[in-house]
Ligand binder design. Structure first.
Ligand SMILES: NC(=O)C1=CN([C@@H]2O[C@H](COP(=O)(O)OP(=O)(O)OC[C@H]3O[C@@H](n4cnc5c(N)ncnc54)[C@H](O)[C@@H]3O)[C@@H](O)[C@H]2O)C=CC1
Ligand SMILES: O=C(O)CCC(=O)C(=O)O
Length: 388
């Protein structure tokens, strides 16, 4: 029986796919798998029992990826599963920033006792007027699952769209409208665009990328949208930009003490992926990934281990080994089985940066003794009996 702990509420449509081999537990202590959305795991003590973490979502900055890798804990995310939800809110964000819809709604609320509200509205509305997005230039930084959808939707709304992504995947390139202008220097986006939206993951290399220098290069009156992570922007610099008039509006999906309630900031309580559809898609994908890994050792959509698929094991046993990506490891693994006269019938070895993953199907059920021997090999983080 596998124990699964949910650190955040996960949609039932996903959880109900767990078979009777699984139990949802309220305790993290003996969990084999953790399902998580935005809860931070950085300060968490990982239980010895933990084999996998599945993030029902895209961003994994709330999970200690390297620490997990060193413990042989596979971390998954659900690429693209919530991208449409975010895309729709980004478009809404642009529209909210283009006209002063938020202040207009607040005015109506404040005037609700006025019996002549309809007449008063006709006078007041000039204060909330704005511009249309048609014909405006939108810069999309990061053309992954979300960025591509935002760019294509903006093209459909007659915006002139510029896209920047130095690591653009082939899939993304295929999905992107041909009307999107391909930009190879982000500064061209800063210099030309009326709206700039950022869709990159939060990493050391992207943290604070929207800073005073970047803002200084933007057009006067630019509208900045951040539905990726607040730390991608130095928000004190963004506030400076708002005060000086360089930035007309900052639309963010991440409330914090710096931006909440500030003039010019439209801050949404992290609702990008909070749709029934996105939550369902993420939960279904996260549960599938978790089950295939726990039952078969297969790795799909991991963010800290390589992809690996050996299907369902039809032999007596299957062993998975997490190790450093260094020379001679396979020789040492096969020697352990050879010494015990166990035949290896199938084997895969995949690497990703400094770590590697080896799976072996064997013709005798593997014992705890062999697992201990494998774990004693220098460079091995963990060995696991998947079947046996
Ligand atoms: N507001 C919300 O509820 C949500 C927010 N997010 C955030 O949005 C981010 C992006 O999500 P997805 O599009 O699904 O991820 P993705 O992984 O499909 O796309 C990210 C793209 O950013 C590109 N990239 C990386 N570094 C870059 C750089 N320095 N400059 C330009 N491009 C760069 C990558 O090549 C990739 O194409 C997530 O990492 C997460 O932080 C994601 C889902 C929901
Ligand atoms: O689970 C959520 O609501 C957060 C979604 C998100 O930020 C992500 O997928 O990166």
């Amino acid at each position: 029986m596998f124990q699964i702990n949910c650190l955040n509420p996960i949609a039932q449509v996903g959880l109900k796919n767990f078979t009777d081999q699984y139990e949802i537990t309220s305790e993290v202590k003996n969990a084999d798998g953790i399902l998580v959305r935005s809860a931070s795991m950085h300060e968490m003590e990982l239980p010895e029992s933990l084999l996998a973490v599945a993030r029902a979502g895209a961003g994994v900055n709330n999970i200690p990826l390297d620490k997990c890798a060193e413990h042989g804990v596979v971390v998954f995310n659900t690429p693209g599963a919530n991208a449409n939800g975010v895309k729709e809110l980004v478009i809404a964000g642009m529209l909210l920033a283009a006209r002063d819809v938020v202040s207009g709604i607040e005015w109506v609320k404040a005037s609700r006792e006025d019996p002549d509200i309809a007449k008063a509205a006709e006078k007041a509305k000039k204060n909330f007027a704005g511009t249309e997005i048609k014909g405006k230039k939108l810069g999309v930084i990061g053309l992954g699952a979300i960025g591509v959808k935002v760019a294509n939707a903006a093209v459909a709304l007659d915006m002139e769209v510029y896209g920047y992504d130095p690591y653009l995947s082939v899939n993304a390139a295929w999905s992107l409208s041909r009307a999107v202008h391909h930009v190879t220097n982000v500064e061209d986006i800063y210099a030309q665009c009326d709206y700039i939206t950022i869709h990159v993951p939060l990493m050391d290399s992207t943290k604070g990328m929207i800073n005073a220098e970047a803002v200084g290069k933007m057009k006067d009156g630019v509208i900045l949208l951040n539905f990726a992570r607040d730390l991608l922007a130095d928000e004190e610099d963004v506030l400076e930009g708002l005060h000086s008039g360089k930035i007309a509006r900052y639309v963010s999906d991440f409330p914090n003490a710096t931006t909440a309630g500030q003039k010019g900031c439209i801050v949404i309580p992290h609702l990008g992926a909070s749709t029934e559809e996105s939550e369902d898609n993420c939960a279904v994908m996260a549960v599938e990934e978790m089950m295939d890994y726990l039952e078969n050792g297969n790795i799909r959509n991991s963010v800290n281990y390589p992809a690996c698929d050996m299907g369902i094991c039809t032999k007596a046993g299957r062993v998975a080994i997490f190790h450093k990506n260094i020379a001679n490891m396979i020789t040492k693994f096969t020697a352990e089985f050879g010494e015990k006269g166990i035949n290896i019938s199938d084997m895969t070895n995949k690497s990703r940066g400094e770590v590697a993953y080896t799976m072996m199907d064997v013709e005798e059920a593997p014992t705890e003794e062999i697992i201990r021997a494998l774990e004693n090999i220098k460079g091995v983080f963990r060995a696991r009996i998947v079947k046996g």
